[in-house]
Structures are given as C-alpha cells and as structure tokens.
Write a protein that binds this ligand. Structure first.
Ligand code: NAD
Length: 487
C-alpha cells in the first residue's frame, strides 16, 4: 500500500472515491480483508454524508448532457467500457477473487465475460428499444423511454462487479447518471470499473463510485431529493431501511433480495441429474441469492437421491479459490461464518441431523452441509443462511410439494427435476418465484426478466424491464393531421 493506491494480486487499485471525474479522499478509512487468508487488502476511503452529497451533485450536474447524448453515442461508450473490461479481464478476476474469495476460474471464464456482456447487451438493447406507434381514433400514440435522472445503485459482496454492472449498464444506457456504492466487504473492482469507464471516455460525473459502510453513507444517498431511482441488491432488513429512507421523496425502488428457493425432485426425474443440480447449490460456497437451498424430494426416491447426492458432494474440493481444482472457496467474512454455524448449531439442537458437513474449518471455510429431519416452520427451513447449507425434506404428492415449496416468505426462484413435461407445466404454474428452472439451473439470459416476489424483491430488471425501471416512460398522443387546421 502506498498513498491512495493498494496493490492486490499485482494490480494497483485506487482506494478513494470517484466523484465528478476525480479521485476524492476521505479523512476516515475502513480496512478491507481477503477472505482467503484474512490478509489486509487496503485501507479504503470511508465516505459519509459529504461524499454522498458530492457524488449526487456530480451526477446531477452531468445528467442533462448525458441524457441528451444520442443513443448511438451512449451505446458506443458502453461498448468501449466492455472492451476495457475484456482488456483488463485478468486483473478484474484476480482482484475480485482476492476480495470476495469466489473461484478465480469462475471469474475468468464466467463472471468477468458476463460483466462485459452486461455493457454490450444493454448498449445493443438501447438501439432497438422501440414500441410501434398506435392509433386512437386517428390520434397517434408514441411511446418513449426518457432518462429519469441520477440513480443510486447499492450492491452486495457475493458477486460484486457482476451485480454492480447489471445495474450500471442499463442505468447508463437509459441516459441516467449513476452513483454506485459497492459493499464494504468488496470495494475493489468498483474502483477499477471507474478507471475503465474514464479510459473509455465516459464524461466526468456520469459514473461516480462512493466507498463506505452502508450504515454511514447509505441514508444520505437513499434520502437524497435529487436521486430519481434507487436500485438495491442485498438483504431484506437493509431493503426495508432503504424503502423507508426513500419514502418521503417517493423515489422509485428496485429491490433484489434474498431467497430460500426450493429444488423439487419428483420420482420421475433423472436422479443423477437431480443430484448434480442439488450439488450445484454449493457454488460460491453457498453465497448465491438464487441457490435452491431447500431440497424437496418425493418420498419414494428420497433414499436413492440422498445416496447419489452424498456421492457427488464427496467429490467437491474445498480450498484456495485461486487453484484450478477448487470447487468451494472460503466464506466472505468471519461474521458470516459465525452466522452460518449458528444456523446449523440451532438446527441440530432442534433435532436436525447432518447427513454431511456441519463443521467449521480452519480459516474462513465451512464444510458443504446437508441437514435432514427439519420441520417446515423451523428457522433453518424458513431463513436464508447464505452459506453452503442445504436442507432435505420429503413429500408424498405434487400438492404437498407445491405447498412446501411456497411456504416461506420468499419467492426468488425454484428448480424442478421431473421427467414429465405436463407435471413441469402444472407445478410451475403454481409456484411463487421470479425464475423457474426445469431440469437445469442458473441458465440466465439478459433478455429475461429477473427479480423476486414477496420478500425476495420488488420489481424486475433485465431486457426491457430494466429500461422500464430506469426511464420515465412517456406516451405522447398527437392529434390527427388536419385536426387543428394546420395539416
Ligand atoms: P446487505 O443488505 O448487508 O448489504 C448490501 C449493500 O447495502 C451493501 O453495499 C451495504 O453497504 C449496503 N447497506 C447497508 N446498510 C445500508 C443502509 N442503511 N443504507 C443503504 N445501504 C446500506 O446485504 P449483503 O450481506 O451484502 O448481501 C447478501 C444479501 O444479498 C443476501 O440476502 C442475498 O440473498 C442478497 N442478494 C440478492 C440478489 C438478488 O439478485 N436477488 C443477488 C445477490 C445477493
């Protein structure tokens, strides 16, 4: 570390905010640690109300010119940012792995290419964003997506740059300016994104990045009267706080929150596939909002399914996320490990049995865990753990499967393993979930709507839904030619 730069995995990262096209320091700092070995990655600028106000002011000042920038030019700049992401892909992957502990191979091959794709997709979608005019008694209705204004984007630590750019790209494409606040446990790649955007030629103030603890800088951002949209991905308690903070200004919100999604395994399923889908839920050490953490298995195949699941789970390699062979890296923070272990200990005390796992390891690792003998109304079935912990329950028929699947306060996703297309259609129609996967998992397309129901979120982003949220959608009705004597 020297001055305002820290070197992480050989990459220089500026630890200051990025406001109005300038690096801005704060008097206070917070320490960023790596979950891999607890080492210090940097002393990061600890922003508060003054920095939040400065960032919103910069975004407000930059808005008119950016909103007036022709679509084609905005799209060109977003593609230039995507080029920059691709050029710095190795740096971004290495820094993200050091900061959040997710697998380097995933960052290289899946996540960072997706970050670039976020920019390319919304740039291209912008150019085709149109609605056919329609006629009302000779009057023409014309629909336009007008830029809304400065947007505050607040993101979590489990997939930092991917989730940040999932919001930044459509917000910028829409002609809005942005203040991005990354999670304090993973502040680094957002800072690199600011460098990349500046290098791509994005005008000053169009993208701003503020660092800090949510509890210290959050309110100043979310209650700011000049902010026109807030998009938040994170936990339910923070979402409620933000909604209350935004309420007096009636600032529109998009909330992408937690989940407790089910994987329903029917007796007619390919059990090998079902077991493989279940083991996939340990990806990112279980720190995936969409993870199907509740395995609901038809009674008649539960024993065989469990046998195959255990066999596959035993093949997982846990360890350093920088190693190619590793499947499960560390969990993000000692506090998160405490939380995970607490959930498991209380479940076991309440009568659950650990089929596998249930052990906290040296460092920040937790063994992949499957708990059975769990009651539907128990904490472990109802609450999001956000670690490598799954539960297994059985059901007797389709109706019971659907009842159990829907019986939490969440509704983010659901996965079905079944050999029957008719059953898949019938069950899907009854599930409360923003996304349903049938005999597959985590297949994502940016054209699709994404979001959750109930406590899993408010609103949808993705494809045109992103533009609907980030824009003021306007309908202009024009009189027929000649109506006022001028035609
Ligand atoms: P969190 O709510 O603790 O923090 C998320 C962000 O909110 C961070 O940037 C944090 O600094 C900020 N924040 C905290 N207090 C704030 C305040 N008072 N005002 C404004 N901002 C504040 O969540 P987390 O622990 O970082 O993330 C994990 C959660 O995110 C899980 O519940 C997970 O399911 C959810 N998640 C959801 C999705 C989705 O798309 N639905 C995706 C990933 C993660």
């Amino acid at each position: 570390m020297s001055g305002h730069l820290t070197t992480v995995a050989g990459v220089a990262v500026d630890t200051r905010h990025w406001i109005g096209g300038q690096r801005v320091a704060s008097a206070a700092a917070f320490t960023d640690h790596s979950p891999i070995d607890g080492s210090v990655l940097g002393e990061i600028a600890r922003g508060a109300a003054a920095e939040a106000d400065a960032a919103v002011a910069a975004a407000t000042a930059a808005f008119p010119a950016w909103a007036a920038t022709p679509r084609a030019e905005r799209a060109r700049l977003l593609h230039a940012i995507a080029d920059g992401v691709e050029r710095r892909l190795e740096d971004l992957a290495a820094v993200e792995t050091a900061d959040n502990g997710a697998l380097l191979r995933s960052h290289r091959r899946g996540v960072m290419p997706r970050v670039a794709h976020n920019f390319r997709f919304f740039a291209d979608r912008l150019l085709t964003l149109d609605h056919e005019d329609f006629d009302t008694r000779g009057h023409t209705n014309h629909i336009s997506w007008d830029p809304a204004g400065p947007c505050v984007l607040i993101t979590p630590w489990n997939a930092p740059l991917m989730l940040a750019t999932w919001k930044v790209a459509p917000a910028l494409a829409a002609g809005n300016t942005v203040v991005l606040k990354p999670a304090e446990w993973t502040p680094l790649t957002a800072s690199l994104l600011a460098d990349i955007a500046a290098e791509a030629g994005l005008p000053a103030g169009v993208l701003n990045v503020v660092q800090g603890l949510g509890s210290e800088i959050g309110d100043a951002l979310t209650s700011h009267p000049d902010v026109r949209r807030i998009s938040f991905t994170g936990s339910v308690p923070t979402a409620k706080h933000i909604a209350a903070s935004a309420a007096p200004q009636l600032t529109p919100l998009s909330l992408e929150l937690g989940g407790k999604s089910p994987l329903l395994v029917f007796a007619d399923a390919d059990l090998d596939l079902a077991a493989a889908l279940a083991v996939e839920q340990y990806d990112n050490a279980g720190q995936v909002c969409l993870a199907a953490t509740r395995l609901l298995v038809e009674e008649s195949v539960a024993e065989e399914f469990t046998r195959r699941f255990v066999e596959k789970a035993a093949q997982l390699t846990q360890g350093d996320p920088r190693e190619e062979a590793t499947d499960l890296g560390p969990n993000i923070h000692p506090r998160q490990l405490e939380k995970i272990d607490g959930f498991v200990r209380r479940a076991i005390a309440a009568g659950a049995r650990a089929v596998i796992g249930g052990t906290r390891l040296e460092g920040q690792y937790y063994t992949p865990t499957l708990l059975t003998d769990v009651a539907q109304d128990s904490e472990i079935v109802q609450e999001e753990v956000f670690g490598p912990v799954l539960t297994l329950q059985t059901f007797r028929d389709e109706a019971e499967a659907v009842r159990l699947a829907n019986d939490t306060r969440f509704g983010l996703a659901a996965t079905l393993a079944t050999g029957s297309r008719e059953r898949a259609e019938r069950v899907t129609g009854q599930l409360v979930a923003g996304t349903v996967w049938v005999n597959c998992f985590f297949v994502r397309d940016l054209r699709a709507p994404f979001g959750g129901s109930r406590h899993s979120g408010v609103g949808r982003e993705g494809g045109t839904w992103s533009f609907d949220f980030y824009c003021d959608v306007k309908n202009t009705v024009s009189a027929p030619k000649g109506w006022n004597g001028h035609g």
